[in-house]
Design a protein around this ligand. Structure first.
Ligand code: DGT
Ligand code: CA
Ligand code: CA
Ligand code: ZN
Length: 576
């Protein structure tokens, strides 16, 4: 029960209470408590174990503290279980519709008895929703447009969340002595940004024992099937996990098969056939009239090798370019986390971050980075207390002072994440931007504008000689918000022409640019910068998610600007 999970539970409790019309004061207490818990750097669990009084933390009252203790001790909240008796779980799915707050969702449930997304869709189509007070035609249409996203959000989870689940499942499975090798295959292994279900592969001769053990994993809500080699279960929120138990001699073939992708496997099978071979999840076989003999299966690399293929990095197995590259001996040497030298997008307490400049710098040093850029929001982002020119200049003077006291060669670049205004143009005057080492341009407002307008705004920023990089170029939020309309080909052409870099934002909800666009940017010869956009020191650890996506895009270290030394980076951005 980590802080994130506690916060989730508190938020969910508040959401559920909203459906029952509980008083607003209590709801606020749980929501504030959730926010507070999420921001804590010490695990609540540890604090409780130490006998600390949680109510000493501001924003956490007696009620919230009790819930925290209950969660850490029992793993659940009794009040929430009770609420589920009257409010069906499926009602919570309504909250996945973009811009649907708990108040609106509660009104739909209480006044129209809408219990799930299907019923919501039907009600919108019949025009019933727009007749509710506070809803209107426009809202109804927005809800209808958002239902597809909510449905998808319910089906696929973020890679980062799958990764947490993999860690827990891995630990659980380790407790079974009958298991030999274990791998998590499927889209998870390929590093796909969202994962539809998890595919676990283990070797064992004791299938029953392994399946019994798997069935004891906490969080399983039902077993879908249990057969001779395959078992599938459902976890909370309908998420499925498939387990396959295979003999040692087939592990490599099974790993290859269940890693996919399906399209990649279709190509592999075709290539096998051309060579008079047969491949399936049990092995590679040489066909000889009626007979067939097993020639590979134990190791994945051997499976590929017998077909004359390299053991492709899982991230490349999407039937895009990998077979062409293999044929021309041109497979990219994919980037890895240790190639990264710096992080050029992060926030501090000056805007909406949680840590100071010094704290961010120290944290970056401790994970081996050589440089960072501090890039707080500009003034247009009032919600985040964005900085105007005057505050920026003051912050940059502070950065100069901190750099001057450094005893190593670690450097902090003076930066800003400057908004591209709705009407075009930058939020900060050019004279100020010219003083910075590193200027990021971002679209945060006016995301519903038509394609030509957003494209013009971004190209306008690219043409500005003060701008170093465009952040999260499509603005998408996985499972939450579609990308805005933008002509990326035009953006790439402009970026190439003006020497402006493009970001791969490593936040697991963004991963923007995505894999396909990264490959396109690489073809255009545009250097990519992989940044965490950290809002706290812990956020710096998100770099690994960006690396996964970069690998899926076929990027090598040389394609990524922040693998370079500071000196080379500065040369690349044309600043001195
Ligand atoms: P997901 O779960 O939707 O995120 O994506 P995957 O790729 O994990 O797909 P999944 O779980 O349905 O299947 C895992 C792998 O098993 C898949 O990537 C390739 C292999 N596989 C599954 N069904 C088929 C099939 O009908 N033909 C072939 N060739 N391979 C399959
Ligand atoms: Ca899967
Ligand atoms: Ca599966
Ligand atoms: Zn940012």
């Amino acid at each position: 029960m980590d802080n994130e999970k506690i916060a989730q539970n508190l938020t969910q409790l508040a959401d559920l209470l909203e459906f029952t019309g509980a008083n607003a004061f209590r709801l606020r207490a749980y929501r504030n408590g959730a926010r507070r818990v999420k921001d804590l750097t010490t695990p609540i669990k540890t604090m409780i174990a130490n006998g600390d009084d949680l109510t000493k933390l501001d924003g956490i009252g007696k009620g919230v503290a009790e819930k925290c203790v209950e969660l850490c001790e029992t793993g659940k909240l009794e009040q929430m279980e009770d609420l589920f008796e009257t409010v069906p779980r499926s009602v919570l799915d309504l909250l996945n519709v973009p811009k649907m707050g708990p108040k609106k969702a509660a009104a739909l449930f209480n006044e129209l008895n809408i219990q799930d997304l299907d019923q919501l869709k039907a009600a919108c189509e019949e025009g019933v929703v727009s007749q509710l007070s506070g809803f209107g035609k426009k809202t109804e249409q927005a809800i209808l447009d958002g239902i597809a996203i909510a449905v998808a959000a319910n089906k696929r989870i973020l890679w980062a969340n799958a990764d947490q689940l993999v860690k827990r499942l891995g630990e659980h499975m380790e407790g079974c002595s009958a298991i030999g090798r274990i791998e998590f295959a499927g889209s998870y292994r390929r590093g796909k940004e969202t994962v539809g279900d998890l595919d676990i592969l283990v070797t064992s001769n004791e299938v029953e024992q392994v399946m019994d053990h798997f069935g004891q994993f906490e969080g399983i809500t039902s077993t879908i099937v249990r057969g001779d080699t395959k078992m599938a279960v459902r976890l909370e929120r309908e998420f499925q996990v498939d387990l396959r138990v295979v003999p040692e001699e087939s592990f490599g073939a099974a790993l290859q098969y269940f890693t996919g992708s399906k399209d990649h496997n279709v190509r592999v099978r075709g290539l096998a056939k051309q060579q008079g071979l047969k491949i399936n999840e049990w092995g590679v076989y040489k066909l000889d009239g009626e007979d067939q003999s097993l020639i590979a299966g134990k190791e994945e690399a051997d499976v590929y090798k017998t077909l004359g293929l390299p053991c492709f990095a899982p991230e490349l197995r999407e039937a895009r370019k990998e077979f062409d590259w293999a044929e021309s001996n041109d497979l990219p040497d994919l980037i890895s986390l240790s190639d990264i030298q710096g992080d050029l997008h992060m926030h501090t307490t000056a805007s909406d971050g949680k840590n100071s400049i010094q704290e961010m710098a120290d944290a970056a040093r401790s994970i081996g980075l050589k440089y960072i850029a501090i890039t707080d929001h500009s003034k247009r982002v009032t919600m985040a207390n964005g900085l105007d020119g005057k505050r920026l200049l003051k912050q940059w003077a502070e950065i100069d002072a901190i750099n001057a006291t450094a005893t190593d060669d670690f450097a902090i670049l003076k930066g800003v994440e400057c908004d591209i205004l709705e009407a075009g143009g930058m939020d900060i005057e050019d004279e100020v931007l010219a003083e910075a080492d590193w200027v990021i341009a971002s679209v945060h407002y006016g995301q519903n504008q038509p394609l030509a307008q957003i494209t013009d705004r971004i190209i306008g920023a690219i043409e500005n000689p003060n701008i170093s990089m465009v952040a999260h170029p499509t603005g998408r939020l996985l499972n939450k918000r579609e990308p805005y309309e933008v002509d990326l080909e035009a953006v790439f052409a402009a970026a190439k022409r003006y020497g402006t870099l493009l970001e791969l934002n490593a936040n697991p909800v963004r991963l923007d640019l995505n894999d396909v666009y990264l490959a396109a940017a690489k073809e255009h010869g545009i250097p990519i910068v992989i940044n965490t956009d950290a809002h706290r020191t812990l956020g710096l650890a998100n770099m690994k998610y960006g690396i996964k996506q970069a690998r899926r895009g076929g990027l090598q270290a040389a394609d990524v600007a922040n693998t370079k030394s500071l000196k080379e980076l500065i040369r690349l951005t044309g600043r001195s």
